[in-house]
Design a protein around this ligand. Sequence first.
Ligand SMILES: Cc1ncc(COP(=O)(O)O)c(C=O)c1O
Length: 369
Amino acid sequence: MPIHIPQNDPQRSLRAIKQKLGSTFEELIESGQYILGSQTTAFEHAWSSYLGVEGCVGVANGTDALYLALRAVEIGPGDEVITVSHTAIATISAIVRTGATPVLVDIDPQTYTLDPAHLAGAWSERTRAIVPVHLYGGMADMDSITAFAEERGLVVIEDCAQSHGSTWGQARAGSLGLLAAFSFYPTKNLGAVGDAGAVVTNQPDLLDRLRSLRQYGWDGNRVSQMAGDNSRLDELQAAILRARLPQLDLENDRRRQLAARYDEDLANLPLRIPTALPPVTHTYHQYVIYVDERDVLMRSLAERGIGTQVHYRQAAHQQPGYTNLVRCVGHLPVTEQVVSRILSLPMFPALLDLEQDAVIQTITTYFGA
Ligand SMILES: Cc1ncc(COP(=O)(O)O)c(C=O)c1O
């Protein structure tokens, strides 16, 4: 029988808890509350206590979470926000939506995250914030980034869409910046069955602003005190996230186990395995190798039934819709080199050992090793 191994398959983990989700759905229908009810409040509490932060505001998706976090600290036209070009385009789209200019710096060649050595060159009188993106389940160098931000009075907003449960020492991703944005898109380490997102912070005044911004800028009397949006987390997604949260640490352990096996068995091949530098505990949202002639390997694996993906094939500054809306600090040589050589291998908690064996065997044979 021909093999088919997907690069990611959230359906398998969801099937395993289908019964539990079925009763959650029934309870929800009976509750009569479908927007901003008890499920959302309970998930917001559960998520903030998991992260060790003061509070959480559930919103419609991860892009909105970033946008509303930026709005909460009044970032807008004329401001500059430093981030990376090697990220999901959503990071850039959220900044552009505020009217601010994304200022893009190069990444560290080992971790593929924001290289703090470029922050000084990116800074201007207009700089208001830094958005480090904790890509693939790793984390940006938060000690250096927060030190730089403190020195210059800048806000740090973590993009945690790919780092649910990752840690920097004892601190969880999302607890180190002034604010942090999460996506619960179905393929994320903690995923909903539709769009969902959240903003977290330790500051009660920012939590109040976010609750207002996600509903038209309303105060308690439903009068808009500022311009806002409709970006609410719905009860069904909140209920599903609540049901799935208790498995997150176990699922992240499984991801680390799969990563350790890839690390060991691919280490001697002509490719580079991902780097996880202390004090980061990586959660392998993606397992990304760096390899010459990436597309040839990708095609060869596809012909043998093995799914891979490229996250991301074009950096933000290379994409026509955004080229003229961003400012790059230099030519971003590491970013441009990395996007042509990275390849995300099959990685999800329900990936079977036997399937991983087949992936490793196929890659090893490809290299004639
Ligand atoms: C790094 C990063 N930032 C932001 C987002 C935006 O999340 P969403 O798709 O929920 O809007 C994503 C997910 O796509 C992401 O991977």
